[in-house]
Design a protein around this ligand. Structure first.
Ligand code: BTN
Length: 256
């Protein structure tokens, strides 16, 4: 099914039939010194994890359950950028392979007509002034039918096959994700160029210009999502004109 055109990501690919969580495995391997670009893929996850401690249902052979180890030589404050960068790479890859105009919901869900197709879980280990590793884990719903999803998310999730009405090659999509991710990753870490990612993010965003609610620890901010800044923070403008910068990790978006 064609070759992988990358120099870094996927030089080593570890494939598991069944695993707890590819993110847990990637973190273990990273701690043991695994090389940057190592990719962990599983056919099935028994303990797939989502953001905020939720479970990520990962049935056998139905989706892409994959984690990638990165070791960028940049300050930890840049971490949110890797989340955006990954979302852009995955959205771009899905668009290339399926021709579906999927969108990105800040910070990193990929949606189609407001239903979630992909979630990304970025986990990092860092000291004050360096990143030890970043694990980017992605779960992409490909060949599930709606009834494969837990009941409580059936109205909120969908799969590429449900949308397209035909099977999608997981292999082609994995290849395109790794190629896109490598391109944006190297542009950023080698050339300090984050512009392309921001532009693509904006052009594929499903929320800019829309009314959003961001949930902080104690407060709720409601307003229009007007922009994303150079650091990857979301800018929300309240009705009274007050501007808020929402940094990924502090809040989540609801009701978009
Ligand atoms: C989300 O909550 O939206 C993020 C979901 C991330 C799921 C992927 S599947 C591969 C990797 N391994 C995990 O345990 N989680 C991520």
């Amino acid at each position: 099914q064609g070759e992988l055109h990358t120099s870094l990501l996927g030089k080593k690919i570890m494939h598991f039939d069944s695993i707890g969580s590819t993110n847990d495995k990637a973190k273990d391997l990273a701690l043991q010194g695994a090389e940057e670009g190592t990719v962990i893929i599983a056919e099935e996850q028994i303990k797939g994890r989502g953001r905020r401690g939720s479970q990520w249902v990962s049935p056998k052979g139905k989706g892409i359950w994959m984690s990638i180890i990165l070791r960028p030589d940049v300050l930890p404050k840049n971490a949110p950028k890797f989340t955006l960068l990954s979302a852009v790479a995955v959205a771009q890859a899905i668009r290339e392979v399926t021709a579906l105009p999927v969108q990105i919901k800040w910070p990193n869900d990929i949606i189609y007509q407001n239903k979630k197709v992909c979630g990304i879980l970025t986990e990092m280990s860092a000291e004050m002034d360096f990143i030890n590793y970043i694990v980017v884990g992605m779960g992409i719903n490909i060949n599930e039918s709606i009834k494969d999803f837990p009941e409580e998310i059936q109205g909120k999730a969908t799969s590429l096959r449900e949308i397209k009405g035909e099977n999608i090659s997981r292999q082609r999509l994995v290849r395109s994700i790794l190629e896109n991710l490598e391109k944006f990753y190297l542009e950023f870490v080698k050339e300090q160029n984050f512009q392309k990612v921001l532009e693509l993010w904006k052009s594929m965003s499903g929320i800019l210009g829309k009314e959003v609610r961001a949930m902080g620890n104690n407060d709720v901010i409601q307003g229009i999502a007007v922009d994303i800044n150079q650091e990857g923070a979301l800018i929300i403008k309240e009705d009274n004109g007050k501007i808020h910068e929402i940094t990924f990790g502090e809040v989540s978006l609801r009701g978009v």
